[in-house]
Design a protein around this ligand. Sequence first.
Ligand code: ZN
Length: 109
Amino acid sequence: MTDNHTSASSTAWRSYRIGKALLWGGLILFLPAVPLLGMALHALRVPGNPAAIAAFALIALWLINGLWLAKFLCPVCCKRFFVYGPLRIGNLWARRCCHCGASAPINTR
Ligand SMILES: [Zn+2]
């Protein structure tokens, strides 16, 4: 294995970890973040319902991250990590590649 391949693989696993952290973080922090962001938007005198704007914005960001994560290519087999089968069924909560079973190394730098 060359250094370039190892570096590219390390970068790919790092982006995988960021995507998964945003997925879990968005799920866990959604309820506390909506009122805080709503209050911030209200303080900035944003017209409309600030809480609804905050909620839709966070949901949109979470969905964009999910779509990006669904396109993640496995560094081992170069296939979609979370998508499998002829119907392109995806499981964003999967911890192993749906094709080769590879999982993110514990320590990548
Ligand atoms: Zn794979």
